[in-house]
Design a protein around this ligand. Structure first.
Ligand SMILES: Nc1ncnc2c1ncn2[C@@H]1O[C@H](COP(=O)(O)OP(=O)(O)OP(=O)(O)O)[C@@H](O)[C@H]1O
Ligand SMILES: [Mg+2]
Length: 310
């Protein structure tokens, strides 16, 4: 098992080292301080309540791997921002545990971080470290600040421009983990596309809260749904997530052996393969849950196969 864990660790390290930031011809090396190991975060039986009576969620279990772009979705007020703040260590779990590996983390909050109104766009993006000007300008260009726009003072920027600048600043800090809360909220189409483009080129791990279906489609590799106090993680893209929801409750679902079963079977087979790979080297504390899911999926798959042969 140690051998497996080591192999996965070094494979991820390689991926981590080889994938430079690429957006609109821009390359930015990742140089965060994370050691090897597949998991960035692991939650078991996690529960949170602000007042000790009303629980936003309980018994939540999830893990975050380095290659993940995890989308957190759910209705207003269900606790998405709260969950991000738990991951960031700004809040402590009320019950259960949440481990987050030491990593360089950047947070783009729902309420915009304070940008210094006395700075120009370029000064604010470059920061005191003043990284390569061409690199900064290139990212700013990707985020629609071209030519003289970089000389504008922050104080005159529109909200959309401030969001794009805050994102540039965040990306230029080369984090390992990027935590974003509704980054495209209130942006017009060109700005949204620019933000999508910049995020797509980011090589690190992303945890993203969003209602923006385009962004979710383009970015998410896993989907976490927080609803009615329960947190569930779907191990696939947003499109696959929507498909699986549709299949779970289709109107006038065809009988056993119909096309819906064929799709369901494919999904289950895929999940079974993922689970058996995960069980090779299960994240700490996850083995039992994975085994249980493995059994449940095998059982459902067997019943579908039997029905189709009947
Ligand atoms: N500091 C706080 N103290 C007490 N209650 C809080 C605090 N922060 C948030 N809440 C409450 O907790 C609940 C979840 O808030 P949170 O901001 O996490 O939801 P959200 O899913 O991000 O919502 P939205 O989609 O509107 O951004 C809400 O009912 C909110 O009023
Ligand atoms: Mg929120």
């Amino acid at each position: 098992m140690m051998r497996h864990a080591k192999a996965i660790g070094s494979r991820l390290e390689r991926i981590h080292a080889e994938k430079p930031y690429e957006a609109a011809g821009l390359r930015l090396r990742l140089d965060g301080g994370v050691g090897p190991g597949p998991n960035l975060a692991l939650a078991t039986d996690l529960g949170f309540s602000y007042d000790g009576h009303h629980w936003l969620f309980r018994k939540a279990g999830f893990f975050l791997r380095r290659e993940d772009r995890l989308a957190v979705i759910g209705p207003n007020g269900c606790g998405k921002t709260t969950l991000l703040r738990l991951i960031l260590g700004q809040l402590q779990p009320t019950e259960g545990s949440l481990y987050v590996a030491p990593a360089q983390v950047a947070y783009l909050a729902q309420e915009l971080e304070t940008l210094d109104p006395r700075h120009t766009v370029l000064q604010e993006a470059a920061g005191s470290d003043a990284p390569d000007q061409p690199q900064v300008r290139s990212l700013l260009g990707c985020l629609l600040f071209s030519g003289e726009a970089v000389a504008k003072p922050v104080s005159v920027l529109s909200r959309g421009e401030k969001i794009r600048l805050a994102l540039a600043k965040t990306l230029l800090s080369s984090p390992d983990l990027l935590v974003l809360d509704e980054p495209t909220n209130g942006l017009d189409l060109p700005s949204r596309e620019a933000v999508e483009e910049a995020l797509e080129g980011f090589p690190g791990t992303i945890v993203l809260v969003s209602h923006d279906r385009y962004l979710l489609r383009r970015l998410a590799t896993r989907v976490m749904n927080l609803e009615g106090g329960t947190l569930t993680v779907f191990p696939g893209s947003y499109v696959e997530y929507l498909d699986s929801r549709r299949r779970a409750a289709p109107p006038g679902r065809p009988g056993r052996g119909g096309p819906a079963d064929a799709d369901r079977r494919l999904l289950l087979e895929t999940r079974l393969a993922q689970l058996s790979a995960a069980l090779d080297a299960p994240p700490e504390g996850q083995a039992e849950r994975l085994q249980q899911e493995f059994l449940a999926v095998s059982r459902e798959l067997r019943s579908i196969r039997e029905a189709s042969q009947a």
